[in-house]
Design a protein around this ligand. Sequence first.
Ligand code: SF4
Length: 342
Amino acid sequence: MIHGSLAPVESDSWQSLLASSITDPRTLLERLNLDPALLDPALAASAEFALRVPEPYLARMQPGNPHDPLLRQVLPVGEELLAQPGYQLDPLGEQHSNARPGIIHKYHGRLLLVVSGGCAINCRYCFRRHFPYADNNLSTEQWHQALDYIRQDPSLSEVIYSGGDPLAANDRRLAWLTREIAAIPHIRRLRVHTRLPVVIPQRVTPELIEALCGTRLPVTMVLHCNHANEVDRHLGSAVQRLRAAGITLLNQAVLLRGVNDRLDQQLELSETLGDHGILPYYLHVLDHVKGAQHFHIDDRQAQTLVGQMLGRLPGFLVPRLVREVAGRAGKLPLPVELIEIE
Ligand code: SF4
């Protein structure tokens, strides 16, 4: 969901990788040597929600495999266009919590700042795939109004950079915003929800780290990684840089049919995250957003899966299985019981 134009930059920069992402389904299929019969449905579905895949993410897919778990997250398919009762444009009711441009205030004590409407990748299951980002593209005056909103609510202790992907914003913007927020005495923590370091690890530059960590605020980064194949050596070294700067690293994943719904896949994801010092935080059941119904897993299967993980992994590597429900004060944990397997 990229809005606005990007200035020309050097060829190996993250901005260049962002700008050169694949957006044409024909190119994606050709690059991966996939069946041309996938093209027509991909073109039809991408007319509703654009295709976007950055090169460093494409490099982790297996050519010739239409079932590749990374490809499935980004390939537009015909099922997206089928009507399905209960699947909505705004499944979490966020447009009602959009307190003012740039702010989503759903929960007590913390709020989301829509720092950027752009994402580096368009995930087909995204619950914000229909979010009106254009209404949240802030002018300087609106940024000051958003900061005033935070200043005037002493019940807030945490600000969460969100999007789109907040790290699609430039470092100057992030540094300014972080300094302004750190100057508000009742804010105690900064959190960043991002998939950008996963899909373009080159985004983790010294300038980014300085922009986020240059104030008194402790920083937690919640990455979004759904499959162990997403973790390559480039992401590994980006994560090392983030950890060296003192950033706490968590991961949230979405449980997706055909991507990560098998026990071996979830075990490998948790182990791989653990290898890199990233704690699995949440495993979300799918939000019922229009166009994503083909990823659905029923609750019982999800609970069994996580129950089996409890029988195989140390507790700190088992994510909490949660559902987000519009209007509730927090995410709802789904009950999970330990299941012992041979
Ligand atoms: S899931 Fe995250 S990274 Fe993917 S399109 Fe949605 S906001 Fe962007």
